[in-house]
Design a protein around this ligand. Sequence first.
Ligand SMILES: Cc1cc2nc3c(=O)[nH]c(=O)nc-3n(C[C@H](O)[C@H](O)[C@H](O)COP(=O)(O)OP(=O)(O)OC[C@H]3O[C@@H](n4cnc5c(N)ncnc54)[C@H](O)[C@@H]3O)c2cc1C
Length: 265
Amino acid sequence: MLSETPGATLLAGGTDLMVEINFNHRKPDDVISLRHVPELSAWSINESTGNVFIGSAVPYKNMESGPLAQELPALAQAARTVGSPQIRAAGSLGGNLGTCSPAGDSLPVLSALDAVVHLVSQNGSRDVPVAEFMVGPKKNARHQNEIILGVTLPAMNGRQGYAKVGVRNAMVISVASACFALQDGTPRIALGSVGPTVLRCPQAEAFLSAHLDTNGVVSDDAAKEFGRLVSQESKPIDDHRSTAVYRRHAVGVLAQRLSQRGVHS
Ligand SMILES: Cc1cc2nc3c(=O)[nH]c(=O)nc-3n(C[C@H](O)[C@H](O)[C@H](O)COP(=O)(O)OP(=O)(O)OC[C@H]3O[C@@H](n4cnc5c(N)ncnc54)[C@H](O)[C@@H]3O)c2cc1C
């Protein structure tokens, strides 16, 4: 259908798209609903590689708890912070990637774990690392004739965690967010809402890598310096939600705390 109607807009849960239509920011002539495409609504784990595939239409409610949450606790933590139960029942990972806001809660988790985004069209398929998929604020590398099939990312094999700061405790878009993962013994940190897209912090990651003890434990001093480096690598701006100064501070505090906590495998 998409190849026959190249300008058509795809609809998953509609929790972003319907808001844009209601505010007259988008006026699509053709809308293709993805809700009844079973391949998009399933997730699976490849026992031999330890990789998890999550279909683009899997809603947040399926990530919050249960078997998927056990494989990816940081994703579960991020999913629990999204909107309200109604939004989490409808909203999907594919929609978060489709909108590609730097505040999208699933995106720091995908970034920290180096997820791969699978795109399909009538012409074939391609796999794009999530860092290359997110090209700017609300801009992604999807071609108009492509559907996001899903993402592949490794199941947890160290500790991981996600946290966000907003102006309220619930139903809030983040002012700053961070996902920390110790994966394959390597620390990774990805930040949301403090740059044009989700950011990784190579200098902070390299510092922490050199300051982990053999059990992956981070001392108070190392965690503090890690937070400072993360703040330094963030690229926040002032906008209607917060100031750059506050965001820079907040994201450093989140990183410092996450580096010492998190759910363990
Ligand atoms: C009240 C409210 C609260 C919210 N709170 C949060 C929050 O706390 N955190 C957060 O991150 N987001 C939040 N959102 C935004 C939204 O819920 C998420 O971005 C959600 O992930 C969007 O998913 P969806 O399935 O509803 O996407 P849709 O609205 O259906 O689609 C969004 C975009 O992605 C495209 N798209 C969807 N699926 C695909 C696909 N498979 N292939 C290609 N393109 C696709 C669509 O064409 C559209 O451009 C909130 C929204 C509302 C209304």
